[in-house]
Write a protein that binds this ligand. Sequence first.
Ligand SMILES: Nc1ccn([C@@H]2O[C@H](COP(=O)(O)O)[C@@H](O)[C@H]2O)c(=O)n1
Ligand code: CDI
Length: 201
Amino acid sequence: MVYVIIYTELFESEVWDMRVGMGYDVHKLVEGRPLILGGVHVPYEKGLLGHSDADVLLHAISDALLGAAALGDIGKHFPDTDPKYKGADSIGLLKEVRRLVEEECYLIENVDATVIAQRPKLAPYIEEMAENIAEALGIGRKQVNVKATTEEHLGFTGEGLGISANAVCMLTPVDNFIYEDVLRPGGQTGCQGCPGCQKGE
Ligand SMILES: Nc1ccn([C@@H]2O[C@H](COP(=O)(O)O)[C@@H](O)[C@H]2O)c(=O)n1
Ligand SMILES: C[C@@]1(CO)OP(=O)(O)OP(=O)(O)OC[C@H]1O
């Protein structure tokens, strides 16, 4: 009962500030470049063109996270005019996005993303992509979902001219977990009782 009352008060007092974010990115497919998606080198006759490694999936996820934390977008933090990011490994950029999000005292609840590619078949690589993303973000494997779809030969992705990706995420302020933990009957898990991430595991 106390649990319900305090939770109701949290909702009413705006402390319960969950945030959603969405991200979208697209890169052109060209010959002579490796195809990197979710930090996985996917064997294919073409790769994505970009200033960085052009990992369209990680860029969409980065933008979703930055959006949820009201931190702008990937281009603001890693400008494509900066030689520092030439050929950049987007897993490293995603880790930096995580740092920025955590600096704002948010925990990442989940990430869900879709890669839109007519070819190649991505199913064999999806698990490794999700594992890479979970590791870079310091969250559990079950907090990440990656999907792939074709666009039924329609439009620029359907014609194989490029690959795009969409992502959404949810963040929770660290505060909520402190309140939840105080109220949680029984045991405590994770760092100092915080159940929000796997940092201590
Ligand atoms: N590049 C892709 C695209 C799709 N898949 C998998 O195939 C399923 C069916 O795709 P549709 O576009 O016909 O809906 C999809 O759910 C994916 O599992 C893939 O592996 N690689
Ligand atoms: C990460 C960056 C760095 O140049 O990568 P790009 O390969 O330029 O990719 P894009 O998604 O067009 O923009 C994001 C850039 O900030």
